[in-house]
Design a protein around this ligand. Structure first.
Ligand code: COA
Length: 211
């Protein structure tokens, strides 16, 4: 068995995650990217195509991290990787502040400068990006992405696969449904229904693009 790690993804987000993993003393052996990925990602050799995962599992690799920014795709790939017998590790920056009373799932990325406060829970595959904060009793759903510099006040809930764009703000107690997209700089002051696309101050439903 190899204690090397496999990173799924070879994009900019993967670069940040590789550095987080290295910061915690973990060795990334290979990235698995798409046909259009480069051959090297931050010094890590890139294998092209998900079919390599099965061969890597046969070679004894057992630990993986899914570094894909797109939430639903990250969730699907994680299920496939787990089905091959891989364990999903976390990539948590030593420069993040995670409360000892917070609960963190598997396959989670927490970038530098992020703060997770008391009694919060961060589900599997969530991303808490650079300098974002989740205040006390926050609940972040599976494969949700809290963008860089977002500020979530206490008791905010974010549903599975939802994305809050860079610099969004959420007032205390607000509940955001599954698969929501909130544009950069949104200020969210009331509950948000699932699948909504919102933006602005205060955040409102975005106009649909003309066909
Ligand atoms: C919300 C977002 C995803 C929408 O992208 P899109 O579907 O391509 O939408 P468009 O750019 O066509 O914009 C549609 C309308 O919403 C408006 N809009 C888009 N983003 C907005 C924002 N953040 N705040 C306010 N209005 C916004 C546009 O001005 C446009 O308005 P109009 O119809 O009056 O012209 C994108 O604008 C955004 O904010 N992304 C955040 C990215 C981010 O934070 N990434 C971090 C990665 S780590």
């Amino acid at each position: 068995m190899s204690d090397g790690l496999i990173v799924i993804g070879a994009s900019g987000h993967a670069k940040v995650c590789i550095e987080l993993l290295r910061d915690t003393g973990q060795h990334v052996s290979f990235c698995v990217g798409g046909a259009d990925s480069g051959d090297i990602c931050l010094g890590v050799p890139v294998l092209h195509g998900d079919e390599h995962l099965e061969a890597l599992a046969r070679q004894g690799f057992r630990r993986a991290f899914v570094a894909i920014g797109a939430n639903a795709l990250r969730q699907r790939l994680a299920a496939a990787v787990r089905a091959l017998g891989f364990e999903l590790v976390n990539a948590v920056s030593p420069r993040a502040m995670v409360s000892p009373s917070a609960t963190i799932g598997h396959g989670v990325a927490i970038m530098a400068g992020a703060v997770i406060n008391a009694d919060s829970s961060i589900a599997d595959l969530a991303i808490i990006n650079t300098a974002a904060s989740v205040d006390h009793d926050g609940v972040i759903g599976e494969a949700a992405h809290i963008g860089p510099q977002c500020g979530l006040a206490g008791n905010v809930h974010v549903g599975p696969r939802s994305f809050l764009g860079i610099g969004s703000r959420v007032i205390p107690g607000v509940s955001i449904g599954a698969d929501v997209v909130a544009g950069a700089g949104s200020v969210i002051i009331s509950n948000v229904a699932q699948n909504a696309r919102i933006a602005g101050i205060p955040a409102k439903t975005m106009r649909k693009k003309a066909p």
